[in-house]
Write a protein that binds this ligand. Structure first.
Ligand SMILES: [Zn+2]
Length: 337
């Protein structure tokens, strides 16, 4: 949203040292709140006249008010479209200049950044909350679609229970001590759901699905810059076949098991739907193919793997390249290969 033609280096050097510094004042926060309330009540007509704004913020000293307005101007607040007859600028701390024109036509509104800040404050987005859990989850590995009943001795932690917690605004799914999934859920939304773990899990799963979709579409979920994805082999972790995502602006975005790439692919969605599994609503940690057992390495350089989604008599094979894209699909009857 910050449409800039600058290079990353230039953008970094122009970035204010502390973008929140202008917000460290009650009058300025009140200016944002009044403009936000106006936006909420006035639908698309978001611009509020200077005189109304000052009146509602309740600062009698015009020079003082102008000073605080100026600290927000350009970053969190901008001039509206109602300024056609006004020639002075509010950046002048000399309040007398303003009286020479009709300042009631001089409107202000929130910038997108101002709107985001005001929204976060308004919904108390990151309030503290009581932790929930851990709760033990239904485990897809206890009733595998595949016939992998032979638990191997060299995998002693395979039977660790799958558990969920909600703590410090994050829903985490673990097997034993290993963190498999984590996604933030705003405490406001959690409170509105009565802190019910079951609903928090559905919420977290949906948010996580959307995050994965953005990563697979090359969009950083935080800054919306393009990202890079890498297929990885991580034998030291719970999952060996993973991918990671990285944003030039935000750094590491984490990653997941490579099997998760199937959840947005139309062939996989249709195949699973035909066999009674809805990929668009099943909790991501319940998907049987998000597991190393479903992965076959096809080549190391460049890295390429095959992901198998299996039902009783048929299998969908998905080829994933080193850019974590599904580049080939094939349905085969089991026993054919
Ligand atoms: Zn980013």
């Amino acid at each position: 949203m910050t449409g800039s033609n600058t290079t990353p280096d230039e953008a970094t050097s122009e970035r204010p040292a502390d973008p929140f510094k202008p917000l460290g004042n009650e009058t300025r926060l009140e200016i944002l709140r009044v403009l936000y309330d106006h936006l909420q009540s006035a639908s698309r007509e978001a611009t509020l006249s200077y005189s109304t704004l000052r009146s509602e913020v309740g600062v009698a000293d015009k020079g003082n008010f102008n000073y605080h307005l100026r600290q927000l101007d350009g970053l969190f607040v901008e001039r509206g479209d109602k300024t056609e007859t006004t020639t002075d600028t509010h950046s002048s701390s000399n309040s007398d200049s303003r009286t020479s024109t009709d300042s009631s036509l001089d409107g202000y509104r929130l910038t997108f950044a101002g709107f985001e800040i005001a929204k976060v404050i308004d919904v108390d987005a990151w309030r503290s909350h009581e932790p929930c859990g851990p709760v033990v989850l239904e485990d897809p590995r206890e009733n595998p679609v595949e016939t992998s009943t032979n638990e191997t001795d060299d995998e002693p932690t395979a039977q660790d229970p799958l558990t969920a917690t909600y703590e410090d605004s994050v829903v985490e799914i673990r097997r034993g001590d290993d963190l498999l999934y984590a996604h933030a859920v705003r405490p406001t939304g959690a409170a509105a759901r009565g802190m019910a773990v079951d609903e928090l899990l559905d919420t977290a799963s949906t948010l996580w699905r959307h995050t994965v979709e953005q990563l697979l579409e090359n969009i950083c979920p935080y800054c919306h810059a393009p990202i890079e994805r890498t297929l990885e082999y991580t034998p030291d972790r719970r999952w060996e076949h993973t991918f990671s995502a990285n944003c030039d602006e935000c750094g590491s975005l984490g990653g997941s098991h490579v099997g998760i790439v199937a959840i947005t692919h139309p062939e996989a969605i249709a195949f699973c739907w035909d066999h009674g599994l809805d990929l668009t609503s099943t909790r991501v940690w319940s998907l049987p193919f998000v597991d190393d057992d479903a992965v076959t390495v096809l080549s190391d350089e460049p890295r390429r793997v095959r992901l198998d989604i299996e039902f009783e008599t048929v299998r969908l094979e998905l080829v994933v390249n080193d850019d974590v894209r599904i580049v080939d699909t094939e349905r085969v009857c089991r026993g054919e290969s």
